[in-house]
Design a protein around this ligand. Sequence first.
Ligand code: AHG
Ligand code: MN
Ligand code: MN
Length: 314
Amino acid sequence: MTAISPPGSTKFQIDLRRHLREEEEDRDLTRVICEIADASKYIINAIRTGDLGLAGTSNLYGENQLALDVLSDRILRKRMIHSGVVANILSEETSEVIEVDPGGKYSVAFDPLDGSSLVDVNLAVGTIVTIYEGSDLLQSGRNQVAAMYILYGPRTSLVYSTGRGVHEFCMNQLMEFTLTKENIQLQPSGNIYAPGGQRNLYTEGTEKYVSSLEEKGYKLRYSGGFVPDINQILLKGSGIFLYPHLRDKPKGKLRLIFELNPMAYLIEQAGGKASTGRQSILDIKPESIDDCAPIFIGCREDVERAEEYIARYG
Ligand code: AHG
Ligand code: MN
Ligand code: MN
């Protein structure tokens, strides 16, 4: 991993657009990524000062939507519609594909505000985005052409990949994203674990696996926000996150299209691995927009060990 310059440093800084240009990225894809980065400035504002109450509506999982979920969704959707390069849009907060422009080169799916129920207790949350070429958003994650997330923590950071490494940008005083780390890489195995889901509902394989991590002295690091939890593993270069299959929920909780595929793409780009415990996340062909899957994601050897436990004990 190459550390560039500390966020906020006055040294010459490479911003997101310039980085994409230097990578000779497709102009339309650059457009989509920069529009999302711009949209995040308005989402930050909503998080900082917006209404924390319910919107009075529910999403496709039957969960109550917060006013912030709805507003973040609207901010992103508007940007994507006006970008002029997007064919279809899909959001965790809406139940169907929004057809924008059949001539658009890319289609985009997003979780506008992951972890939104953590905003009222002032914990970190994020926006997760996946991008495909063409109009089909029900493809396996292997076909993603880009994935990114924006993390709203004490600082705001953006991590993206277009298949040529994973790069981190932090927002500066002018609200520009400037390069802070290039080509982020994970170690083969780690020393932290982030276990999601209720422990007394774990299957035997997951329980034995997590106990084995604890016996080895792995440190517990679970915030309840998928974006900060994955960001910690990526940026420290170490660890595993799991939200496994549970006895009462064989597909776990997290959503394949909006949450798992983009994170799996980023982690694999950084040399890590993402698995349901039985197959690679990126190889799953989604059957429906709201598909969920169990996930073990992070350092390669840690994920492979989880797969061994699941194969042996279920
Ligand atoms: P969302 O806010 O989009 O519904 O998703 C929240 C997710 C994710 O951020 C986190 O890893 C997980 O839900 C936490 O679930 P638990 O509360 O079951 O730990
Ligand atoms: Mn989410
Ligand atoms: Mn969400």
